[in-house]
Ligand binder design. Structure first.
Ligand code: PMP
Length: 439
């Protein structure tokens, strides 16, 4: 029996499903999850000692690759000074200053420990700041597992959603309106029906939880215009896209295309912690001033601003600002996506892909799916992504895993390239893809 199988059996006895976060269980693709023993650079090593080229990177944080020496040193230094104090530290200020320098839409930021916590609090803040209850989210966007956000679309445009999890009472999601992504007409209709009650629109500007789908420019423009018109806050959930698709995050890309564009509140995680539990939400002084201890919106955390996590995040944010960092990461990621789609073309398998900075996605369209008239020739929303070829994705995933390439184990997840991935790693991945697609 392989050590992975042995560990999975043992894990299932003491941990529900054997995992501490569901997607790790390989339920979507089948098979035995790999238990990871260590990681270095672009590679992870499983309990059987097998090496994989890692395109998950802890689902986004490991933008420098695993175990970057300067980050390791910063963490080691911090650990020696103490794990946690429950009192303010200078490093929290430094990290806040660094984030705000890179994200000019925000004036103040609060640090928390997970993306879930950050998104949940951003909504409480939007509700507290506007005195309204309703919020709009989009199908296929994930914002963590706060009760009000575990919602799927109801039937009909202006219908409020249904809980997607047991344990979430319908009353808790009755204020959450779920709309299709990239659908300007649906958004306009929702604001026409409920405009005066909407506290915020929350969106992943480049969505990484329905594979990789960009918000179109008209969609971003409409969100901004309607929020401003109706006094709602536009909340960009950049937990995944933040400091990952560009140094200034996805909002900097939209601000380039739409001069003056800015969200009201931003949510960050993943890269800002460099692999440690750290997330944040940020906004104007006026909005952030509503938070305790200054204002009436309560939020707190025993480990918020943790000194070891902030050391890791700070070192990571400093390194990604080195000249040429994002240009090189972008080029490498593009090389991968072009390589994969090229390998598919050579194998006669339909595949489309997209990327931005160090984040990417690829899809296997079914024969009846024609994306050629779509922007970029790509799926534009959750329904289209979920209608792509699941069995083909699963076979590809396992074909790649067998060949030492670790992709996200579900067709609705994005992938991540790090600065540690070499041209050789990409070439090896593309060669493996050629074999897996023909196999
Ligand atoms: N928002 C987005 C966009 C995410 O991708 C995630 C996690 N993948 C979260 C929020 C939740 O973050 P966490 O898992 O740290 O709670």
């Amino acid at each position: 029996m392989s050590r992975n199988t042995e560990l999975f059996e043992r894990a299932q006895r003491v941990i529900p499903g054997g995992v501490n976060s569901p997607v790790r269980a390989f339920r979507a693709v089948g098979g035995t999850p790999r238990f990871i023993q260590r990681a270095q650079g672009a590679y992870i090593f499983d309990a059987d000692g097998k090496r994989y080229i890692d395109y998950i990177g802890s689902w986004g944080p490991m933008i420098l690759g695993h175990g970057h020496p300067e980050v390791v040193e910063a963490v080691q230094r911090a650990v020696l000074e103490g794990f946690s104090y429950g009192a303010p530290t200078e490093r929290e200020i430094e990290l806040a200053e660094e984030i705000l320098k890179l994200v000019p839409s925000a004036e103040q930021v609060r640090l928390v420990s997970s993306g879930t916590e950050a998104a949940m609090t951003a909504i409480r803040l939007a509700r507290g700041a506007t005195g309204r209850s309703k919020l709009i989210k989009f199908e296929g966007c994930y914002h963590g597992h706060a009760d009000a956000l575990l919602v799927k679309a109801g039937s009909g445009l202006a219908t409020f959603g249904f809980p997607t999890s047991a344990g979430v009472p319908a009353e808790v999601v009755q204020h959450t309106l779920v709309l299709p992504y990239n659908d300007v007409a649906a958004l306009e209709a929702a604001f026409a029906a409920h405009g005066a009650e909407i506290a915020c629109v929350m969106v992943e500007p480049i969505a990484g939880n329905m594979n990789f789908v960009r918000a179109s420019l008209p969609f971003v423009q409409a969100m901004r215009r309607l929020c401003t018109q109706h006094g709602a806050l536009l909340v960009f959930d950049e937990v995944m896209s933040g400091f990952r698709v560009a140094l200034g995050s996805a909002q900097s890309i939209y601000a380039k295309a739409l001069p003056g564009f800015a969200p009201d509140v931003s949510v960050f995680g993943k890269v800002i912690g460099g692999g440690m539990p750290l997330a944040a939400f940020a906004g104007s002084k006026e909005v952030m001033g509503k938070l305790a201890p200054l204002g009436p919106v309560y939020q707190a955390g025993t480990l918020s601003g943790n000194p070891v996590a902030t050391a890791c995040g700070l070192a990571t944010l400093k390194l990604i600002q080195r000249p040429g960092f994002f240009e090189a990461l972008t080029a490498r990621t593009r090389e991968l996506v072009e390589g994969l789609t090229g390998a598919a073309r050579a194998a006669g398998v339909p595949m489309v892909g997209d990327c931005e900075g160090g984040m990417f996605g690829f899809f296997f369209p079914k024969p009846e799916q024609d994306f050629s008239a779509h922007p970029g020739g790509l799926p534009q929303n959750y329904t289209e992504v979920m209608a792509t070829d699941g069995p083909r994705f699963n076979a590809f995933f396992h074909g790649m895993l067998d060949r030492g390439v670790y992709l996200a184990p579900a067709l609705y997840e994005a992938g991540f390239v790090s600065a540690a991935h070499t041209a050789g790693d990409i070439a090896a991945t593309v060669a493996a893809a050629g074999e897996a697609l023909r196999g």
